[in-house]
Design a protein around this ligand. Structure first.
Ligand code: FBP
Length: 378
């Protein structure tokens, strides 16, 4: 799995007070991601070619991208004679499987592929039946080690060591540099970091983190900076792997239909139309409690509306303590919330019990609503 993480390393303005220490940096691509190695030493004693040959050895063992790797051999045949790297990683994975009460499991490969987060890329959201089938070949109890061989107890059990292989590679390269006598080291592969000693300024190595600021396609560097003193840190960008499920439910009080504006009426009509392009007709669900309706839509996808009516142009719901909290939650979950014209969270409150029309839900459904409202007013 590719780990996406934005990391900044603050270093290298000058080599502090020790003229014998030079700063060296090796960067490249490996294991489906980027790597970066920094060290301070009197000479350049580690080359990119040396580092790449370590990656090559690990790839021959554990890369799902290399057809002839040992891991792929196991995934095809259900048995393989392991080399040292694979044995280390698999043994450790089985131990962590136990200590994490099966939370970490390298037999997840079939599931990872099914969801499209594996080597072959993104697909559609799998069905419950497909997930059940994949779960039947998932579980570390379905594999075992005999001497130097890894064996599957059941047909079609496959492993994916990407949750641990990068950290293992970091350690290998780190020890390789240590053996050369280097004392100031930073090794990073796809967000897995291990450091020792000091950076070029004579301070601790620093790592900046990225913020998963809501489920959007935008990621922001934040001011979180980890100062590492001879430590390792593992990060994950898995939050970047997601599906946006549009949803097919709309919630509105139909009793008020004839009092709604024309744009809203048109949208409700379109929800009820058979439409291959958007999966219509949508299902109507209205519990009559915004908490329950929005909660359901958060889980299943959908749109909740409490529009203004002829009798009550400002609708019914209260901006400050009904609409704002939900708008915040739904936006963080990747959806939208508006009053039909502007974002709910941008509405300036003028009174405590202020009412507002409220439209809130899945991004695509909110966009469909917005275009109905715009078309009706143009
Ligand atoms: P109150 O402001 O009277 O508590 O009403 C809020 C609420 O119950 C929402 O939770 C719900 O979505 C809405 O009113 C239902 O109103 P209606 O019965 O008019 O559809």
């Amino acid at each position: 799995m590719i780990v996406f993480i934005l990391i900044f390393f603050f270093s290298r303005t000058h080599i502090a007070e020790n003229p014998q220490r030079n700063f060296y940096e090796i960067k490249g691509q490996a294991q489906g991601t980027t790597y970066s190695i920094r060290y301070l030493y009197s000479d350049s004693v580690v080359s990119k070619a040396e580092v790449d040959s370590i990656f090559k050895a690990i790839d021959l063992s554990l890369s799902l991208y290399k057809k002839e790797s040992l891991i792929n051999l196991f995934n095809r045949n259900g048995s393989v004679r392991m080399d040292e790297h694979m044995k280390n990683v698999v043994e450790r994975s089985l131990a962590i499987n136990k200590s994490s009460h099966r939370g970490f499991d390298i037999t997840v490969k079939t599931l990872v592929d099914l969801w499209g987060f594996g080597v072959n890329g993104k697909k559609a959201i799998p069905s419950t039946k497909q997930i059940k089938k994949a779960l039947s070949v998932t579980g570390s109890n379905l594999i075992f080690i005999k001497n130097d061989s890894l064996l599957a107890r059941k047909k079609n059990v496959q492993i994916d060591c990407n949750g641990i292989a990068q950290g293992y590679s970091v350690d290998l390269i780190f020890h390789y540099l240590e053996k050369k006598g280097i004392e100031d080291i930073l090794v990073e592969i796809g967000g897995e970091v291990r450091v020792k000693g000091k950076n070029a300024e004579g301070g601790n190595w620093k790592v900046g983190l990225e913020s998963p600021s809501g489920i959007t396609e935008e990621w922001y560097p934040v001011n979180e900076v980890l100062e590492l003193d001879s430590k390792a840190v593992t990060t994950s960008g898995d939050y970047r792997n997601f599906f946006r499920d549009k949803g097919k439910m709309y919630s509105v009080n139909h009793g008020n239909f004839f009092q709604y504006d024309i744009g809203v009426k048109n949208y409700i009509d379109s929800c009820q139309k058979r439409d291959k392009a958007n999966g219509g007709p949508y299902t109507q669900r209205y519990i009559g409690s915004m908490v329950s309706d929005v909660h359901r839509n958060l889980i299943k996808g959908g749109i909740f509306m409490y529009p203004g009516t002829t009798d009550k142009p400002k609708g019914k719901l209260r901006l400050l303590y009904e609409c704002n909290p939900f708008a915040f939650i739904v936006e963080v979950a990747g959806g939208k919330a508006t009053n039909g014209k502007e974002r709910i969270l941008d509405v300036q409150p003028t009174e405590l019990h202020q009412r507002t029309p409220m439209f809130i839900g899945s991004r695509e459904m909110m966009d469909e609503l917005a275009s109905c409202i715009t078309n009706a007013s143009s």
